[in-house]
Write a protein that binds this ligand. Sequence first.
Ligand code: GLN
Length: 477
Amino acid sequence: MKRYNSLEDVHQDIKAGLVTCRDLVNYYLKNIEQKKHLNAYLEVFAEEALAQAEVVDRKIAAGTAGRLAGMVVGIKDVLAYKDHSLQSSSKILDGFKSLYTATAVQRVLDEDAIIIGRQNCDEFAMGASNETSAFGPTLNDFDNTRVPGGSSGGSAVAVQADLCLASLGSDTGGSVRQPAAFCDIIGFKPTYSRISRYGLIAYASSFDQIGTLTRSVEDAALLLEIMAGADENDSTVSHKPVPSYTAELNNNRSYRIGYISDSMESEGLQPEIKDAMNNAIDRLRAEGHTVESVDFHYLDYIVPTYYILTTAEASSNLSRYDGVKFGYRSPDATDLVSMYKKTRAQGFGHEVQKRIMLGTFVLSADYYDAYYTKAQRVRRLIKEKTEELLSQYDFLITPTTPTTAFPLGGNDADPLAIYLADIFTVQASLSGVPAISVPAGYDNKGLSIGLQIITKPFAESQLFAFSKLVNETIVAV
Ligand code: GLN
């Protein structure tokens, strides 16, 4: 069977009688089996997906199928799916099953998407390489000695290696955009509050958003259209009407685009990524867009600010895993306090423990103002400056990552180095604005490079339209 790059391609072949949902599920199941060594899935719902495919095939024949009929989807192991295991790639949730389905997952199911499995990720979505998973790393399909990025590494590789058509991931500081850049696919994070977080395991609640990993901008637009919007189970979700993103995909005009000059000069930026950026800038100008260099002097502050605030939120969010209510309980406990301590010491991996400690420290009475309050203030400055730039420009562009996919274990010697992998993605997360990573070329080893496009809150329509243009005509050589 051929490789499908968008749901539109699938629909054409379904209409022409060339393929059924059952064929599609069988095809992906075969690929998953052949590419087991990538460790992209923690669990495959083979029988269930085949049964669902038959239901959808009947609906197609009857003319009653939903908009996602024919879309075979994988979900990151942070999204609740009733009666299915949910572990956040952590031992502490051993044996836990979801009691309900996340709103976003329910909405794609209601449109007849077929969920094929649960995907590997960094433990509690903390990481940028998929190496913190309790179930071992996911491997990059292009080069198995390299990481796929993270935290949605399994979700990215599943799309890269044709183990599903699209994945649902989550992005707190870059977790869909960065692995998308490392796996040569499209990773999209919406405006904060655009998609309900009900049923998404919390990491840092003022940042977390569900996002998508796809092979086409059209599929990202369609999935957002279906998942976004008010939800009575999440009081923080926006009630703004959801536009028809797919209908507006061709509404392009000439744009004003800013590129952050500091990002291009930043130490540690791989030269080929800088070349790819310059190439994109030249092509955009040649297409008639205005592209100007802009100043954003907070680049050095965004990673520390992000890590102070997210670890603080994580230390509070993860306090619920204590051996009482969910999953794992240490068998070695002798009393209540030792049960808490042993459960948490044995259940959480090293990175998660480090972040809980960091977060607890920055929230402690003596240091609260010095770290947490200060970081809140810096977040405001970053947000205001980003909004000011976005009032002057339709889009800001940056590289998605400072390097291409690095070797497994490559950052073990310096545990802080990996935090710098987030340098370009966390600005949009701190500011709550939407951002996307689109493929932008290759380095001299053939490893993919991502271009990040950022826009104003709730301006996803123009973000998709422009990204489609960039993806099809500007960057693709
Ligand atoms: N790499 C970042 C972190 O470890 C981003 C993770 C994410 O977006 N979930 O926090």
